[in-house]
Design a protein around this ligand. Structure first.
Ligand code: SAH
Length: 282
């Protein structure tokens, strides 16, 4: 059997398949998730059931979202697991997770995610954050470091700001490549995300926060005076009490929120179309 076959399934690279196979590691991950009966548990990418099975043992039932039709088929016909599963054979990036949530039962989402789609998937899941109790994900270690990073360090960026604005980010444990078959080339880590019940300093528009982060970190070695030129002038930065000589990684999340709110209130002028002139707002 070739090295990327596990339990008779040939791992598919395009689906980011790296299967967990070490019982001790699997049980510490399940301990971290702490699934309980009657919870609204959802696993993304159950694969061959490494996490699914011990979660069923503790919680009874769960929903799973699996894109690979061969794996979905296996689960559907699995003698022990199938009766406990609601299987959605669909791309998690397109799945409407709100469909599964109720007011009494917020979602508890978890998964050993395909690393090639982890960032867009997390942004997709964050759009349902009001219906989510918590999320536990296995990610590339660097991605967890970026999510959890604070200002003044290299890992701090758009992912840190967008995630921490919406959730508490708790790195739980690191896992080496040998825990998977086939072994990935990178180290992995489990992160717990708990959406904030209430956001103390809310931004007027989440897209504006994303825009200021993209603008700033697109050129992370430039001073913000330079990178924000088209959105906010140096004088305006000073009037907002933000030092224009700083670099993007030196600004706190609250400062990014302030800049985002500024561009909501003072939208940058778009280049004028050739003939028709619109009356300038300001
Ligand atoms: N949970 C298993 C498998 C992890 S591998 C384990 O830990 O062993 C990643 C899993 O995500 C695979 O089952 C893969 O088929 C699935 N997957 C990949 N892309 C997906 C997507 N877009 N939506 C849902 N599942 C996906």
């Amino acid at each position: 059997m070739s090295s990327n076959a596990h339990l008779g399934h040939h791992a598919k690279k395009r689906f980011g398949q790296n299967f967990l196979h070490n019982d001790a590691i699997i049980s510490s991950i399940v301990d971290a998730i702490n699934p309980e009966p009657n919870e609204n548990l959802i696993e993304i990418g159950p694969g061959l059931g490494a996490l699914t099975e011990p979660v069923i043992e503790r919680a009874g039932n769960l929903s799973v979202v699996e894109l690979d039709r061969d794996l979905a088929h296996r689960l559907r016909h699995h003698p022990f697991l199938a009766p406990h599963l609601t299987i959605y054979e669909i791309d998690a990036l397109k799945f409407d997770f709100a469909e599964l949530a109720t007011d009494e039962k917020p979602l508890r989402i978890f998964g050993n995610l395909p690393y090639n789609i982890s960032t867009p998937l997390i942004f997709h899941l964050l759009t349902f954050k009001d219906k989510v109790q918590d999320m536990h994900f296995m990610l590339q270690k660097e991605v967890v470091e970026r999510m959890a990073a604070g200002p003044d360090c290299k890992a701090y960026g758009r992912l840190s700001i967008m995630t921490q604005y919406q959730c508490q980010v708790i790195p739980v444990m690191e896992i080496g490549p040998e825990a998977f078959k086939p072994a990935p080339k990178v180290d992995s880590a489990i992160v717990r995300l708990i959406p904030h019940k209430e956001i103390k300093n809310p931004v007027k528009d989440l897209n504006a926060l994303n825009t200021v982060c993209l603008t700033a970190f697109n050129q992370r070695r430039k001073t913000i005076r330079n990178s924000f030129k088209k959105l906010i002038s140096a004088e305006q930065l000073i009037s907002l009490d933000v030092d224009p000589t700083l670099r993007p990684e030196n600004l706190s999340i609250d400062e990014y929120i302030k800049l985002a709110n500024f561009i909501v209130d003072n939208p940058p002028e778009l280049p004028e179309p050739k003939s028709k002139k619109r009356s300038a707002k300001k």
